[in-house]
Design a protein around this ligand. Structure first.
Ligand code: PHE
Length: 337
C-alpha cells in the first residue's frame, strides 16, 4: 500500500505541474485527490482494513502526503490570484482601461500661444526677477519717487528698495541696460499688486510685455504688430483700436481695444454695449528710458506693449471669474484637456 501511495504522490506531482493554472483546473485537481471521493480520501477508508501494527506507520505517511498536497494547492491558488488575468476567462470585448493623462493649465496654454505668435514675428522671450529692485520697477521706467504714477499700481514692498515687481516692464529696463539695439523681445511672467481677490483682480497674475528698439521704428510698426497678434489670437475679423492714454515709460501712449469677440461689435454685456474690449497698454518708448540704457535718443526709437495673460485667457475661453484659474478645481481645469 505504501508503494501505491507513492505512485499517487508521483501522479499528483506530474499532474499539478502540467495543468493550466486557472481556478477551475485547480479545483478539479483538488476534487480528484482530496475531494470526498478523491484518491487520498479512499486511502483513509482503507486504513480500517489494516492491522493495528501497520496502521500508525501508514497513517503517518498518508498524513504527510495529504499535507504536501494541501500546501501545493495553497501555492497554486495564491499564484492564480496574484496574476491580473482573470482565471482563464478574459473578456476581450471590454474597452481598454484609459490611461490618465495630465494637460497644461489654461494660462500656460495661452502663454504658449502668445509666445508662438510673437515668435513668428522674430521676438525672443526674456526673463527677469520677480523680487525686483525699486530702481528697475520704477526709477528706470520713469516713475521716480513721489511720482503720482506709483499710485496706479499698489505695490508689495519687501524693503525700502526692494519690491515684488508690479509689471514686467523692469525686464525691458534690464535688457536695454545689458544690450545694444536692435532689440525685439517679449517677457512673460508673474507680477504682483496689492489687490483684494475678486472676479477681476488677483494679487498675483501674469503679463506679457513686448519691446522693440531699432532705428526707424514708428507707431505704424506697433499697430501692425498688435494687429497681427489680435488676428492670430482672436480671428481675422477682429479689429484693433488705439485710444490715447498715459504710461510714464511710453510717449505717446495708447490703450488698445479690440472689437468685441462675443457680439462682433454690436454691443453686449461683456463689452458693456460699447462694441470694444480693452486688452493692452502700448506706446512708443519714452526717450527718457534710453538715457538710463545709454542709447542715443536721436538715433533709436522703439515701441512697447503689455498685456495680462489672464485677461486674454478669460476672453478666449469665455471665463468670467479670474479666481477660477488659481483654485485648482479639477471640474474647471479638466474642461481644457
Ligand atoms: N506696464 C503696463 C502695465 O502694467 C503695461 C504696458 C507695458 C503699457 C508696456 C505700455 C507699454 O499696465
Amino acid at each position: 500500500m505504501i508503494e501505491e501511495l507513492n505512485l499517487v504522490r508521483e501522479n499528483f506531482i506530474s499532474e499539478s505541474r502540467s495543468i493550466k493554472l486557472t481556478k477551475a483546473a485547480i479545483e478539479q485537481l483538488h476534487a480528484k485527490f482530496l475531494g470526498r471521493k478523491g484518491t487520498i480520501t479512499r486511502f483513509t477508508d482503507r486504513l480500517k482494513n489494516l492491522s493495528k501494527e501497520e496502521r500508525p506507520a501508514f497513517g503517518q505517511e498518508l498524513n504527510l502526503v495529504k499535507r504536501f498536497m494541501e500546501d501545493e494547492f495553497e501555492r497554486m491558488r495564491t499564484a492564480v490570484e496574484s496574476t491580473d488575468e482573470p482565471a482563464g476567462d478574459t473578456d476581450v470585448t471590454l474597452p481598454p482601461r484609459t490611461e490618465f493623462r495630465g494637460h497644461s493649465h489654461p494660462l500656460s496654454m495661452i502663454e504658449k500661444e502668445i509666445r508662438s505668435i510673437f515668435g513668428r514675428l522674430g521676438f525672443t522671450a526674456e526673463d527677469g526677477p520677480e523680487v525686483e529692485l525699486d530702481y528697475y520697477n520704477f526709477e528706470t521706467v520713469n516713475i521716480p519717487k513721489n511720482h503720482p504714477a506709483r499710485d496706479m499700481q499698489d505695490t508689495f514692498f519687501i524693503s525700502d528698495s526692494v519690491v515684488l515687481r508690479t509689471h514686467t516692464t523692469p525686464v525691458q529696463a534690464r535688457v536695454m541696460e545689458s544690450r545694444r539695439p536692435p532689440i525685439r523681445i517679449i517677457c512673460p511672467g508673474r507680477v504682483y499688486r496689492k489687490d483684494t481677490p475678486d472676479a477681476t483682480h488677483l494679487p498675483c497674475f501674469h503679463q506679457v510685455e513686448g519691446l522693440v528698439v531699432d532705428t526707424d521704428v514708428h507707431f505704424g510698426d506697433l499697430k501692425g504688430t498688435i494687429g497681427f497678434f489680435i488676428h492670430q489670437m482672436f480671428g481675422q475679423d477682429i479689429a484693433a483700436r488705439f485710444r490715447p492714454s498715459y504710461f510714464s515709460f511710453t510717449e505717446p501712449s495708447a490703450e488698445v481695444d479690440m472689437s468685441c469677440i462675443f457680439c462682433k461689435g454690436k454691443g453686449c454685456r461683456t463689452c458693456k454695449n460699447s462694441g470694444w474690449i480693452e486688452i493692452m497698454g502700448a506706446g512708443m518708448v519714452n526717450p527718457k528710458l534710453f538715457e538710463y540704457a545709454g542709447y542715443e535718443p536721436d538715433r533709436y526709437t522703439g515701441y512697447a506693449f503689455g498685456m495680462g495673460i489672464e485677461r486674454i485667457a478669460m476672453l478666449v475661453y469665455g471665463v468670467n471669474d479670474l479666481r477660477l484659474f488659481i483654485e485648482n478645481d479639477l471640474r474647471f481645469l479638466n474642461q481644457f484637456a
